[in-house]
Design a protein around this ligand. Structure first.
Ligand code: PLP
Length: 464
């Protein structure tokens, strides 16, 4: 199928009134302040509807969603079982404070704890991922009586005060002009073989040297000052970096050796994204705290949380936990989580995500990498993939520079624009295109999106 045929066969959503789209756009531009954006440059597409792996605008143009809306709608759009569960819950009880026991809240916590490894048996619910990390860090500090927290360069942990300080991406510290949120945070380099900081040439070397570097950093910071190490089990926003074998187990061992709390940030990697309930399952590692959000209910109603080990829970048995949220364990969000987890189980979505990665997306992306000189590396698992673009395959010079501005970003912007034109909605982050469709994407949908991407990458090749 050529890209034109692809675009035509997939381009129509339901017929709607385009003038309504103009009104939606006008309200947005007059009154909305957008996240992570220069407000003058924002030009959002008014979205009229969404179903399955597609959404569409008021002109009826349909997009195949390879973004999962901030890598979040792991079950796609408008899943009927989850929509029905939210409606039923709304009819029964919309809000009851977390001081009360509530059926869906308890059931969601039981299901989530049941999926988590080891003795992580309790859940504190939050409204999203950043809040989950804020609370995990607070728990670790109280539990250990220490203050410093170690986090990786090339990470994203959320946009609130502590979470942005943990985030190892200085581009994002503008909103904290003096960098104050980072106080008490120590950053270190995690493994990233394609651009190894440790001059490693094999995964085994990268893993061993990254662990040696981490241990050195712990020793020079003073182990007795370090409350926690927080790590994305698979680094998401900063590059879909899969840890080499042995790395996470090594982090676990260092945490045990020095009495440090291991916080696994599974906000993006959890609930099927990596082809497993939690990405740590791939390496059979049990952290002390797991933070989650996004896929737990596909974001149909905001929900996040911290899954807590028995040992850390014990710290708060007789000691008040000085933290909480008005909306903690919101019944609508918890009802959506119960229905989402059940739908994922009943419909085999975790297996589908794993199979897609192994049999469809991974092999096709490797073919694409071989055909395009602009593709430096493809990496991923499940429905969690990145294509890293380079200007020079030999030197691995990035196609666009880190923190590039204006025309510097043109090569990637042009690839993304071509995808959108052809009806594919991808995610991109500086020199990478991320391929992150929902877990229940069909083989045909995945191949269709990758065909569009394949064609669009010719634009990137022209810059090599
Ligand atoms: N942690 C990770 C790994 C994330 O990817 C994100 C969001 O993308 C967050 C935390 C923050 O989550 P939220 O935007 O729900 O606060």
């Amino acid at each position: 199928m050529t890209i034109e045929q692809v675009a035509i066969s997939e381009s129509r959503g339901p017929l709607l009134d385009p003038s309504e789209g103009l009104r939606v756009y006008a309200d947005d531009r007059a009154h909305l302040f957008h996240s992570w954006a220069a407000q003058g440059a924002v030009s959002p597409i008014p979205v009229a509807g969404a179903q399955g792996r597609h959404f569409w605008d008021y002109d009826g143009k349909r997009y195949l969603d390879f973004s999962s809306q901030f890598i979040n709608t792991n079950i796609g759009h408008g899943h009927p079982k989850v929509v029905a569960a939210i409606k039923e819950q709304a009819d029964r009880i919309c809000m009851i404070a977390s001081t009360f026991a509530n059926d869906k809240r308890g059931e969601a916590a039981r299901l989530i704890a049941g999926l988590a490894p080891g003795d992580l048996n309790r859940v504190l619910f939050t409204n999203g991922g950043a809040e989950a990390n804020e609370h995990a860090v607070r728990m670790a500090r109280v539990h250990t009586g220490r203050t410093k927290v170690m986090a990786a360069y090339r990470s994203y942990h959320g946009g609130t005060s502590t979470a942005i300080g943990l985030t190892g991406d200085p581009r994002r510290w503008d909103n904290d002009a003096a960098g104050n949120s980072g106080s008490g945070v120590v950053h270190f380099f995690g493994p990233y073989l394609y651009r190894s900081h440790f001059h490693a040439t094999t995964e085994a070397e990268e893993s061993a040297r990254a662990l040696a570097h981490l241990e050195q950093t712990i020793i020079f910071e003073g182990p007795r000052t370090i409350a926690a190490i927080i790590l994305e089990s698979i680094v998401g926003t900063a590059g879909v970096l899969i840890p080499p074998p042995g790395y996470l187990a090594g982090v676990r061992a260092l945490c045990d050796k020095y009495g440090i709390v291991y916080i696994a940030d599974e906000v993006m990697s959890g609930f099927g994204r990596a082809g497993a309930w939690f990405a740590v399952d791939h390496w059979s590692v049990t952290p002390d705290l797991i933070t989650f959000a996004k896929g737990v209910n596909s974001g149909y109603v905001p929900l996040g949380g911290v899954i807590i080990s028995d040992e850390i829970h014990e710290t708060f048995r007789d000691r008040v936990y000085q933290g909480g949220l008005t909306y903690s364990g919101h019944p609508l969000a918890c009802a959506a989580a119960v229905a989402t987890i059940s739908a994922m189980q009943e419909e085999g979505m975790i297996d589908n995500a794993a199979r897609l990665g192994e049999e469809v997306i991974g092999p096709r992306l490797r073919e694409i990498a071989a055909a395009h000189p602009s593709v430096g590396e493809v990496r991923g698992t499940g429905v969690f993939w990145a294509i890293e673009l380079v200007r020079d395959p030999e030197t691995r010079e990035m196609l666009v520079p880190y923190a590039g501005v204006g025309a510097q970003n043109a090569p990637v912007n042009e690839v993304v624009a071509a995808c959108k034109q052809a009806g594919l909605w991808p995610v991109y982050n500086f020199n990478r295109i991320h391929v992150v469709p929902p877990c229940n994407t069909t083989d045909d949908e995945a191949l269709h999106g990758l065909a569009i991407l394949d064609e669009a990458l010719k634009i990137a090749d022209s810059y090599v």
